[in-house]
Write a protein that binds this ligand. Structure first.
Ligand code: COS
Length: 379
């Protein structure tokens, strides 16, 4: 597979990098203690046309592919992982509608998501289940042309700011994973409450909410696909989203690597810069090699996701697993090169160390990725 970027891909990369360097990088260090950060990030993404990036032009979007999305996300995350995560959660809802939405649902909701009149989120996880999707407790009971949804969804990225949430709930409790259905819930029309916003270790510029749906009445027309299609939809969306978490990992790893290079050239020990010491040079060489290897896996998975043919769960899981673990390792090495300064809040590496840790957890833990990969190998 060829990974040389074509002219349009290079343009997407250049434009995203300029946007990230001009508008995001200087804000990223304020993400930790700024309550308005998330809304400001959304506004920046909106103004620069990113909210509708993967929405077809006929529905008000930019008509770009999943591969373009990954290229842009890498640059955004290199400047600010919180903004990358906000961008990602919005697109989870978009992917749901693109994959299983009817023409009417696409016409109604995609333009609202493209313009930023609605901000998306993906509500699958619950307090008692994240990895084991089939055992969600949320219920959706059909009555006179509506479903009544009762659910408490946990750790929902964009939770506090989202106005269009794709909610997964059981329509048939006896049918296991085949009893799960997905619904478009519009906060303005159907209502739900944000019971809690989490206080997190990293990506503190994002809003992570607990969403409560209490007797929430949603018209039958808002169901995505058929009753029972929800589990499959969630898996299909995660297959497409995991390479984009990989892109977040690439961005963070790249930022940490660049910080380590800069610091090692400035810091003098034993009479010469750190960058002249063999131990540092070997560490930098290993970091760059790992990042490149991760990039190849992420780009391969993103190209497969863009082509959209067949199943690419294994490649997608490999990309997320490897790149998130590389990000962890690279940021750790970069912090070590910074020595005591790396542990201090004045240095960006301290935030990157906290920020990157989520990458091995959300959108499927590393353990889940290993299950998906081994399941595919042993089939
Ligand atoms: N695409 C399409 N269909 C898929 C699929 C995919 N990627 N993965 C599974 N399916 C289908 C299977 O074909 C099977 O279909 P049938 O009902 O026709 O038999 C069905 O879904 C069940 O598949 P499987 O038996 O593999 O499911 P498991 O219950 O074993 O669960 C894991 C699989 C654990 C991999 C899944 O639950 C998972 O990915 N969990 C992690 C969820 C996650 O990432 N949560 C994070 C929060 S979301 S931000």
């Amino acid at each position: 597979m060829d990974f040389e970027l074509d002219e349009i891909e290079l343009m997407v990369q250049r434009t995203a990098r300029q946007f990230a360097e001009k508008d995001l990088v200087h804000r990223a260090d304020q993400a930790d203690d700024n309550k308005d950060f998330c809304r400001e990030s959304i506004e920046l993404l909106r103004r620069n046309g990113y909210l509708g990036m993967i929405i077809p032009e006929e529905y008000g979007g930019e008509g770009m592919t999943g591969f373009h999305y990954v290229i842009a996300k890498e640059q955004i995350a290199r400047a600010c992982l919180s903004t990358g995560a906000i961008f990602g959660a919005h697109n989870l809802a978009i992917y749901c509608i693109k994959l299983m939405g009817t023409e009417a649902q696409k016409q109604r909701y995609l333009p609202l998501l493209a313009s930023g009149e609605r901000i998306g989120a993906f509500a699958l996880t619950e307090a008692n289940t994240g990895s084991d999707v089939a055992s969600i407790a949320a219920s959706a009971v059909r009555t006179d042309g509506h479903y009544e949804i009762n659910a408490a969804k946990q750790f929902i990225t964009n939770g506090g700011v989202a106005s269009l949430v794709v909610v997964f709930a059981k329509t048939d409790r006896a049918a296991g994973h085949r009893g799960i259905s997905a619904f478009i819930v519009d906060k303005h029309e159907h209502g739900f409450t944000v019971a809690k916003e989490e206080n997190k270790m990293g990506i503190r510029g994002t809003s992570t909410g607990q969403l409560v749906f209490e007797n929430c009445r949603v018209p039958v027309e808002n169901r995505l696909g058929q009753e029972g299609d929800g589990f499959k939809l969630s898996m299909m969306v995660l297959d497409r989203a995991r390479p984009s978490v990989g892109a977040q990992a690439l961005g963070v790893a790249q930022a940490a690597f660049e910080a380590a290079v800069r610091y090692s050239q400035e810091r003098v020990v034993f009479g010469k810069p750190l960058s002249e010491q063999q131990a540092t040079r070997f560490a930098l060489a290993d970091m760059a090699t790992q990042i490149d290897a991760a990039r190849l896996l992420v780009y391969r998975a993103a190209k497969l996701a863009s082509a959209g043919k067949g199943r690419f769960s294994k490649e997608s899981a490999m990309a997320k697993l490897f790149s998130s673990e590389v990000a962890h390792w690279v940021v750790d090495r970069a912090l070590q090169i910074h020595g005591g300064y790396g542990y201090m809040k004045e240095y960006t590496i301290e935030r990157l160390y906290r920020d990157q840790r989520i990458l091995e957890i959300y959108e499927g833990t590393s353990e889940i990725q290993r299950l998906v990969i081994s399941g595919s190998l042993l089939k």
